[in-house]
Design a protein around this ligand. Sequence first.
Ligand SMILES: [Zn+2]
Length: 296
Amino acid sequence: MTTHPAADLRTRFIFDDQPVRGLHVHLQHVWQHIVQRKHYPAVIQSALGELLAAGALLSSNLKLPGKLILQIQGQGDLKMLVAETDSNHSCRATARWNEQARLDDGRSLTELLGENAIFGITLQPNEGEPWQGIVPLEGSSIAAMLTAYMRRSEQLDTHITLAASEHAVGGLLLQRLPEKQIDADAWAHYTTLADTLTAQELLSLDAQHLLYRLFHETPPRVFEPEALEFACTCSRGKVSDMLLLLGGQEVGGIVAEQGSIAIDCDFCGEKYVFDDTDIQALFGMEIEAMIGQQLQ
Ligand SMILES: [Zn+2]
């Protein structure tokens, strides 16, 4: 029994007669949580939704407790897309862009990202050092970027199909299992079938119907679905650490000028406000003199 909405599920499946496994994901409430917090331009919204679906698919392979972060950094009007999913099935995602620019002018994702954009995957275990792989961005869609990344970084054949609308995101991943050989024709058969999926099917079908639609001739073994949910990992403690990194000079200057410093979480919109008393407690005595001096 699950109390989670049936709309936010990740489902693993495996073909018994071929070394191919797969994952399906469909997120509705999680995605609503994200899109309702910011007014995303259409191109950014759909790229972010696809990145979220991709993160939800790939995080299924996390070996240790921790999180998987997919990040795209651009040099154009689109600065950053980031999607995180952790081993507790929590997801969050956000984007940063030039809010002064008009982005509904028909420019593609590639144009918005500009030259020298990069694609990165970070595995951040709860304990121990993070692992990060960064490659130059290739491809014009999130699925193509991920496929290019996979091709560069590992030998496993992986096929990803993604879709996003303002209401839901969906994705299907097929992966060739490393242990056994598969003939090229069989792998091509699966990926060709996956390519017949329409965005509408990815956005509206649950795993059962989607897998039947694709593979009813050789049905895979389907595992119990896992529920995913939106959750943010921001905290006052983490914002405090960030302020300490910024340094007393900068933070003290802002507090002296504005009376307090306010930091909004990019992912969930939570507002963290630190007044001069909080800042003095954070930095200790030396900042007190500085704030005092600037006030005079
Ligand atoms: Zn947050």
